[in-house]
Design a protein around this ligand. Structure first.
Ligand code: SF4
Ligand code: SF4
Length: 280
């Protein structure tokens, strides 16, 4: 297989026999990621409460730390080392949107109010969580199965109706506004956006998107592939790969036939062209 503008030594320099093997691996990883995300969506009737802000707040009001509390904490902490990869590998709502996107293939209608809605909703949820955590600090018990005693979130008809209601509401943005529109306003993302921001400020060694900018041909295949509708080719051109909206899915890396883009474990400023990081 010939990859346009792709130096044949690329794959070899990374331990693969040839460039075809290198790209084959990328495509395999892409399929595995999508499968994982779909499984997370499929399991949502079971796991719904483990992601629920309502369960966190209700638990804290009763001086209880639910599983959802720890999932949210983990989401924030993981973003210090994996950026927003939670959104592309773990989030069941990301899986829901990926499933809708694969059927309707609608480009995102970019709206100016997306970010404002995200931050308003995020603050409305996170403020009571923080206040209740501070008020009850040192006086709380752990109850991971709070409101989910049977392990399964939707374990009766009313909860099942609630599950379908949530899924229906969350399907509306991608159906009306295009791909991953719910991500654009997702209040949960405020956690990993702030973690990613903190990671950038502290310049921690973490999973990052990097680019060998000089190789870019400007074909814009990366723009088409990006599920978050980022202008990736422009990011490459300006050498600004640290967008807080990038969920580190790697779709742009697989789409780029010139081997420009990579995901690497490195700190800011260590680029693919100097290969100082460990590529994923
Ligand atoms: S980075 Fe994007 S625009 Fe540049 S060569 Fe790769 S796919 Fe094309
Ligand atoms: S820029 Fe690349 S890694 Fe980031 S969200 Fe878009 S396709 Fe995924």
């Amino acid at each position: 297989m010939i990859f346009p503008n792709s130096p044949l030594t690329d794959g070899q320099s990374m331990g693969y026999n040839n460039t075809a093997m290198y790209y084959e691996r990328k495509i395999n990883m892409k399929s595995k990621r999508r499968l994982l995300l779909f499984i997370m969506f499929f399991l949502l009737p079971v796991t719904l409460n483990y992601f629920s802000p309502y369960v966190i707040i209700d638990g804290l009001a009763h001086k209880l730390l639910s599983a959802a509390f720890f999932v949210w904490l983990l989401m924030f902490l993981s973003s210090l080392f994996f950026g927003r990869a939670f959104c592309s590998y773990v989030c069941p709502y990301g899986g829901l949107q990926m499933t809708v996107d694969s059927v309707i293939k609608k480009p995102l209608k970019k709206m100016r109010w997306f970010k404002a809605v995200r931050y308003i909703l995020g603050i409305l949820w996170i403020t009571p969580i923080m206040i209740l955590t501070i008020i009850n600090a040192g006086n709380m018990k752990i109850n991971l199965l709070y409101l989910t005693e049977s392990f399964v979130s939707a374990d009766n008809i009313y909860k099942l109706i609630g599950y379908y209601a949530i899924v229906t509401v969350l399907m509306i943005p991608p159906l009306l506004l295009g791909k991953r529109a719910t991500c654009q306003i997702c209040p949960m993302s405020i956690l990993n956006v702030s973690g990613t921001k903190l990671r950038n400020v502290l310049n921690l060694t973490s999973l990052r998107l990097t680019a060998d900018t000089v190789r870019c041909t400007g074909c814009r295949q990366c723009d088409k592939a990006c599920p978050m509708s980022l202008n990736v080719s422009e990011m490459v051109k300006e050498d600004k790969l640290d967008s807080l909206d990038c969920i580190l899915c790697g779709e742009c890396c697989s789409a780029c036939g010139s081997g420009v883009l990579k995901r690497e474990v490195c700190s800011r400023g260590q680029h693919a062209n100097i290969s100082m990081g460990k590529e994923l």
